[in-house]
Design a protein around this ligand. Structure first.
Ligand code: ATP
Ligand code: MG
Length: 149
């Protein structure tokens, strides 16, 4: 299935993430692709807030993955610096199919190594506007059809 959202500000993007974070089930994987500064981390901050995470979410660029506790555990990945082989060698895929929610920035770099994800392709459409194009084929993500921002 597919759905597009357009956000007009950073706040809007956080709100979209928050609305989704309230609905995500365990084992959900959200793969984000989009250029530098497209809003992947801000969207993730919203998801964290919707999951009830109270810690401040920051980019895990140097640590590859940060773990937060909320209604469900949140695993926030930034795989900019690694490739699919390294990801699998380190065993990071075990988090994806566990009992939390995973959000992966730069997921396109993993080259098909992630299965059953909700994909979001984020594009900058103006200084403060972004387009979120979602794609999925698991009913676990059908709630997106009801999400409004
Ligand atoms: N509609 C919008 N949604 C999200 N961010 C926006 C929006 N409009 C402007 N911005 C700005 O764009 C930047 C997005 O930064 P963010 O760190 O979330 O991007 P990113 O995709 O994670 O970047 P990186 O590739 O470096 O990880 C912020 O400075 C934010 O204020
Ligand atoms: Mg980021």
């Amino acid at each position: 299935m597919k759905k597009i959202f357009n956000t007009q500000s950073e706040k809007d993007t956080v709100r979209l993430g928050k609305a989704m974070g309230g609905k995500l089930k365990k084992g959900s994987i959200i793969c984000l692709q989009g250029e530098l500064g497209s809003g992947k981390t801000h969207f993730t901050k919203g998801i964290a807030s919707g999951l009830g995470v109270e810690d401040i979410v920051s980019s895990p660029t140097f640590t590859i993955m940060n773990e937060y506790s909320g209604r469900l555990p949140l695993y926030h990945f930034d795989v900019y610096r690694i490739d699919a082989d390294e990801f699998l060698d380190i065993g990071l895929d075990e988090y994806l199919y566990g009992d939390g929610v995973s959000v992966v920035e730069w997921a396109d770099r993993l080259d098909g190594a992630v299965k059953g994800a909700l994909w979001a392709d984020i594009t900058q459409t103006g200084e403060n506007s972004r387009k979120f194009a979602f794609k999925w084929d698991r009913s676990a993500y059908d709630f997106l059809n009801e999400v409004k921002i």
